[in-house]
Design a protein around this ligand. Structure first.
Ligand SMILES: Nc1nc(=O)c2c([nH]1)NC[C@@H]1CN(c3ccc(C(=O)N[C@@H](CCC(=O)O)C(=O)O)cc3)CN21
Ligand SMILES: CC(C)C(=O)C(=O)O
Ligand SMILES: [Mg+2]
Length: 280
């Protein structure tokens, strides 16, 4: 049967059908999100924050993304798997960018790649699409530029910044991008972009009018229930507390001798045991 086609997404938009994308970085979580019916999985460079413990996405490498993409691809058969191109894997040199994008498809097994940025990456996006590499765009709060922005701040708030974002979105569509992520921008601006494009917009902190939404899995699942929740994220579960409680119960049972019992232990037959005892 194969994976969902990227071309379906434009049809879904035309039909007014909304959809969800979610991040996953490993085999068990990718399996679970596919079983739940997610059509698109993003192997986001947010893995730097949520699984590798960095305080931004800047340190994430090509090798990190390839490694995690392979695990996600092994776990799934239907979902479109999009791999984030990490910081400095496409900004320095277009030829290197092409080879890196190729690696994500050839070695990683991804269906598509995602790049942050607007008009300045449009020629590269066109070249990738012409080479057979499906590209998802990413505008607004592009976390790889956190040091340029001076923090994770709402983008596109001034008339000039909003106009630039709309122009960038159009340029990405013209270059052949199959969808565009809009991150942390005012909801009315995301609505305007959504109305003006034929390709789907995928929002995160971009309001309810986008064609699709994306969330970081670990935020949704409440893995970090001790941190202040990000405004754009909604906790659909509190797995942090559930994991901590389970590990506490395990520690207590080991320390108190309640685990393991016969139920989780293996027997030996009486004859072998007798022979062993005799041998001294
Ligand atoms: N766990 C996690 N979730 C994410 O969505 C995420 C990451 N990590 N790491 C990579 C980037 C960084 N992102 C971030 C990080 C912080 C804010 C933040 O602090 N937002 C403020 C609102 C910003 C404003 O008011 O201008 C907030 O209060 O949530 C937003 C996006 C999004 N991505
Ligand atoms: C938040 C999404 C859009 C992302 O780029 C990531 O998870 O890295
Ligand atoms: Mg990312």
């Amino acid at each position: 049967m194969g994976r969902l086609s990227i071309h379906k997404l434009k049809e879904w938009k035309a039909q007014g059908r909304r959809f969800a994308m979610i991040t996953a970085y490993d085999y068990p979580t990718a399996r679970l999100v596919e079983q739940a019916g997610i059509p698109i999985i993003l192997v986001g460079d947010s893995l730097g924050s949520v699984v590798l413990g960095y305080d931004s996405t800047v340190p994430v490498t090509m090798d990190d993304i390839v490694y995690h993409t392979r695990a996600v691809v092994r776990a799934t058969e239907k979902a479109i798997v999009v791999a984030d191109m990490p910081f400095m894997s496409y900004q320095a040199d277009p030829n290197e960018a092409m080879r890196n994008a190729g690696r994500l498809l050839k070695e990683g097994g991804a269906t598509a790649v995602k790049l942050e940025g607007g008009s300045h990456i449009v020629p590269l996006v066109r070249r990738m699409v012409e080479a057979g590499i499906p590209v998802m765009g990413h505008l607004g709060l592009t976390p790889q530029s956190v040091n340029q922005f001076g923090g994770h701040k709402v983008q596109g708030k001034t008339p000039a910044a909003a106009a630039k974002l709309i122009a960038d979105a159009r340029a990405l569509e013209d270059a052949g991008a199959f969808a565009v992520v809009l991150e942390t921008i005012p909801a009315p601006l995301a609505r305007m972009v959504t109305e003006r494009l034929a390709i789907p917009t995928i929002g995160i902190g971009a309001g309810p009018h986008c064609d699709a939404q994306v969330q970081v899995l670990h935020d949704m699942l409440g893995i970090y229930d001790d941190r202040r929740p990000l405004k754009h994220a909604k906790r659909y579960a509190v797995l942090g507390a559930a994991i901590r409680d389970a590990v506490r119960a395990y520690i207590e049972e080991v320390e108190g001798g309640a685990f393991p019992t016969a139920e989780h232990s293996f027997e030996m037959d009486e004859a072998t045991l007798a022979e062993l005892a005799q041998a001294g």
